[in-house]
Design a protein. Structure first.
Length: 298
C-alpha cells in the first residue's frame, strides 16, 4: 500500500506556467470563494452587519486571487529548477496547492484583523487556527482528491491517444512523391540568409531549438549536429510546405513524422520515440489535437 501511494505521488503531473491559464484559474478561484461566503455565510458571518460582511467576502476573494496569481507568477521564475515540468509530480502538485492554500489562509487572517480593527469588531472574530490551520486541513483533502482525479483523467486521455497513434503507425505509410526536390532534400537557412545546412529529408530526425539557435539531428550522426542561428518558428514557416510533413510538436521541437517509431503517454502528455535515435520528443498539450489529425494522414 505504501509503495503504491509513493508511486502515485511520484508519477508525472503537468505544470502550466503560462500567464493566461494562471490568470483564469486565479479569477475563477476568487469568484468561487466570494460566492461561497456570500451564499452560505459560514463561521457566524450572518451575525455581522451587511457592510462589514460584504467587505469580508470581497476581501477574501481578492486575497485568494492575489495569493494564487502572485505565487504562480513569482515562484516559478525565482525557482525555475524546482518548477521544471519534466520533474513535476503529483506529490509536488499537492504540496504546491497546499502551500498556496496556506498563503490564502494567512492573507485572509491578516485582512480579517485589519478589517475588524477598522469596523470596531471584537478581536475574537479573528482566530489564527480557524482561518489558517483549519482552512488548510479542510482544503487539503479536496486538493488531493481533485489532483488524483485529474491525474487519472489525463493519463487515460494520453493512453487513448497513444494507442490510436501506435495502431496507425503499424500500418504501411504512403511514400513521398518522386521527383519532388522538397520531398528529397531540405535546405535550412540561418537568419543571415548566408549560412545554411542541406539535409536529406529521409535522414532527418528532428530539429531542436536551443536559445537563439536550432540544432538539426539526422540519422547516423556521430558528432554533435551543427547549430544555425535562427528561431524554430522561422524554420517551421520555411519548411511547412514539405512532404512528408514536419510537425511542430513542442515549442522546442519539430519532428519528422516518418521517423516516429512509437508513442507513449502520461499525465503530462505524449512522448515520441524515433527510429534510429534514443531521443524521446515531447508533444506539448496544445499540439495534441493537431498531432491526432496528422497521424491519421501518415
Amino acid at each position: 500500500m505504501v509503495r503504491r501511494i509513493r508511486g502515485a505521488l511520484g508519477s508525472p503531473y503537468p505544470f502550466e506556467p503560462s500567464l493566461r491559464p494562471l490568470l483564469l484559474y486565479a479569477l475563477g478561484s476568487s469568484l468561487f470563494v466570494f460566492l461561497f461566503f456570500t451564499v452560505f455565510e459560514p463561521l457566524g458571518f450572518s451575525l455581522l452587519p451587511a457592510a462589514p460582511r460584504r467587505a469580508f467576502f470581497a476581501g477574501y476573494g481578492l486575497v485568494t486571487f492575489l495569493a494564487i496569481f502572485l505565487n504562480g507568477l513569482l515562484l516559478p521564475r525565482l525557482l525555475p529548477r524546482l518548477f521544471r515540468e519534466p520533474a513535476w509530480t503529483l506529490g509536488r502538485q499537492i504540496l504546491w496547492m497546499g502551500w498556496v492554500t496556506l498563503t490564502i489562509g494567512l492573507g485572509c487572517y491578516l485582512f480579517s484583523g485589519a478589517l475588524c480593527a477598522h469596523y470596531g469588531i471584537p478581536a475574537h472574530w479573528v482566530r489564527l487556527r480557524t482561518i489558517v490551520v483549519d482552512t488548510f486541513l479542510i482544503a487539503i483533502f479536496p486538493i488531493t482528491l481533485i489532483s488524483l482525479a485529474n491525474s487519472a483523467r489525463l493519463l487515460r486521455r494520453s493512453a487513448r491517444v497513444a494507442a490510436e497513434a501506435n495502431r496507425r503507425l503499424e500500418r504501411p505509410s504512403t511514400p513521398p512523391a518522386k521527383g519532388s526536390a522538397c520531398a528529397e532534400r531540405l535546405r535550412i537557412m540561418a537568419e543571415n540568409e548566408k549560412d545554411f545546412l542541406d539535409v536529406v529529408l529521409a535522414d532527418l530526425l528532428y530539429i531542436q531549438a536551443e536559445e537563439n539557435y536550432v540544432r538539426v539531428h539526422v540519422r547516423g550522426e556521430k558528432t554533435p549536429p551543427p547549430l544555425l542561428r535562427s528561431s524554430l518558428t522561422r524554420v517551421e514557416r520555411r519548411l511547412r510546405s514539405c512532404h512528408p510533413p514536419l510537425f511542430r510538436c513542442h515549442r522546442a521541437f519539430i519532428v519528422h513524422t516518418s521517423r516516429i517509431a512509437g508513442v507513449t503517454g502520461n499525465a503530462q502528455g505524449l512522448k515520441l520515440a524515433l527510429k534510429d535515435s534514443a531521443a524521446v520528443i515531447p508533444v506539448a498539450r496544445r499540439y495534441v489535437a493537431e498531432f491526432r489529425r496528422l497521424i491519421r494522414e501518415i
